[in-house]
Design a protein around this ligand. Structure first.
Ligand SMILES: Cc1cc2nc3c(=O)[nH]c(=O)nc-3n(C[C@H](O)[C@H](O)[C@H](O)COP(=O)(O)OP(=O)(O)OC[C@H]3O[C@@H](n4cnc5c(N)ncnc54)[C@H](O)[C@@H]3O)c2cc1C
Length: 377
């Protein structure tokens, strides 16, 4: 149970080789230019990984959550910004399309599974982040169209995406939320880049929707059924995101381990100081615990998509150790931990955001607390 299958070992090796040949040599340039390389993503997609979690009848690989965790962590180990854009391109938005009708699946989902289309998911707003029920974006039915007005912020792939799955209030009730397919280029949809201090190789946008009209059949499922669809995928998203955090931690660890075997101080390798050895041993313990828990959580959520406690522990622990390992790894590199010459410094820049996505630390603590207090109610 605790070993990867032969097929999973193959996924790991293929993505690791691809990332080291194609992604690593360009990583620094992408970070400098602050771009998500769509063409490189499409090249990656020809290997079939973005579609791995989708059923074979949709052109996917019919794989499981752990299969997806493996490719996500392998990309994050090298370039977290590219990894997040890649996983969002075929992630939550596409998952929502799975609840759509046949036409929506044919037109948007299948090309996304194949990697020829890029998706984005727009939930967060300037005044509604963790509390999704506070959305201000409105969708009003007008004949055979929906008219959307509002703003979405921090949207990964908001500029490069072919379509954005936008969540909007469809009625006065707090949970009356619908999910709409808004194709890029729809009149009234504007996307602007956001200047951020992490995930430089990912595209992050502020979207505004001004009298944005979309056909009535661009609604997914029921007008007030969006929140239910979202929560169905929450736990899988948290486990996959944990794999992203783990990938950063592993990249930092590998970089530090290599560095201390090259660098000398006081006539010996930095690796020969007992402090270095104990630090790296402790880092390895945390890494292995995080990965083992990701494997457990992937299996549990696969079996029971409502396994919220496990998913929240998994996400928070992986995010926590990614911060700890990044800090320690950078420290072991001394001044070089602050230089772009080594991947460790770049990876360490991306751990803060790891705590924010898929439910901030506190939002996941809330889930854990809820399960602890249940029997006292
Ligand atoms: C680079 C980047 C990319 C992103 N990509 C996307 C995307 O593609 N699509 C999308 O929809 N969103 C995206 N997000 C948004 C992300 O999901 C939100 O930032 C996250 O949900 C937190 O919301 P917020 O930033 O509004 O923080 P807030 O919800 O305002 O939280 C602020 C602080 O309050 C704490 N807090 C909030 N509620 C509670 C509570 N009940 N108890 C205790 N503490 C609480 C939080 O933990 C946090 O520390 C992205 C964010 C970033 C930074």
């Amino acid at each position: 149970m605790w070993n990867l299958s032969e097929e999973q070992q193959m996924i790991q090796k293929t993505v690791r080789d691809w990332a080291s040949a194609k992604l690593a040599p360009r990583a620094e340039q992408y970070e400098h230019d602050k771009v998500f390389d769509v063409e490189l993503y499409k090249e990656f997609a020809t290997l079939g990984f973005p579609g791995i979690r989708y059923p074979e009848e949709l052109g996917g690989g019919g794989g499981n959550i752990l299969d997806m965790c493996i490719w996500v962590k392998e990309l994050a180990r090298v370039l977290p910004g590219f990894a997040i854009s890649a996983s969002v391109a075929c992630g939550l938005g596409a998952k929502m399309l799975g609840y759509g009708n046949e036409e929506q699946k044919q037109k948007y989902l299948i090309p996304t599974v194949e990697g020829t289309m890029i998706g984005a998911f727009g939930l967060t707003e300037p005044n509604a982040g963790s509390d999704a029920t506070n959305l201000q974006t409105r969708a009003v039915k007008d004949g055979d169209e929906w008219v959307l007005n509002g703003a979405k912020t921090f949207i990964t792939n908001g500029i490069v995406a072919d379509y954005i799955l936008v969540s909007a209030k469809t009625g006065p009730g707090k949970t009356e939320i619908g999910i709409f397919i808004v194709p890029q280029g729809t009149p009234g949809l504007h996307a602007a880049p956001i200047d951020k201090n992490c995930w430089f190789s990912s595209d992050t946008a502020l979207l505004t929707l001004e009298n944005c009209r979309i056909p009535a059949d661009h609604l997914i499922g029921e007008p007030a059924g969006g929140l239910k669809l979202l929560t169905k995928n929450l736990n899988e998203g948290r486990v996959t995101y944990a794999a992203h955090c783990y990938g950063i931690a592993e990249g930092c660890f590998d970089g530090a381990l290599e560095y201390v075997h090259q660098r000398e101080a006081f006539g010996q390798k930095v690796a020969d100081f007992q402090n270095t050895q104990f630090k790296l041993a402790e880092m390895k313990m945390k890494l292995d615990l995080a990965w083992t828990y990701i494997m457990r959580a992937a299996a549990e959520v696969q079996e029971n998509p409502d396994a919220g406690l496990t998913a929240s522990i998994c996400k928070n622990y992986a995010a926590q150790i990614s911060e700890e390992l990044a800090r320690e790894a950078r420290h072991l590199l001394g001044g070089y931990g602050c230089m772009n010459e080594y991947a460790v410094g770049r990876l360490a820049r991306d751990v803060f955001v790891a705590e924010v996505g898929e439910g901030s630390r506190e939002i996941n603590y809330r889930v854990i607390w809820k399960s602890l207090t249940q029997k006292f109610k």
